[in-house]
Design a protein. Sequence first.
Length: 133
Amino acid sequence: MDKIYVNDIRAFGYSGALPEENVLGQWFRVDLVLLLDLSLAGTSDVLADTYNYAEAVQAVQHLIQYQPFHLVETIASEIAKVVLKSDDRLTQITIKLTKLTPPVPNFLGNIAVEITRDRSHLTTPSPVPLKLD
């Protein structure tokens, strides 16, 4: 199966398990690996014959900016659902979601989760996003 890599999508959002994360917000970075058959696009040179990755970038940014959750695992799972639903040609997605500045004392690194989902995961219910007051 062929792959499209979409790396270093950045978005500022209000997700996190701590109350201050939901108020102050923080930056997230997302890398995607999209699996689909690219053979037609490879011979036609027509955008309609491939996946328009700009749609994935916009979907990821919108979800992070406007749908806060407690866990990065949930954000990654929701990204998988949104992107997979956007085009039936996508068979699988791998998402690496990085919280660039986690609120951990004396820790200057970042944390990341990586998940892989296929179309069979589209039937699982989505969690209810946090309500921010």
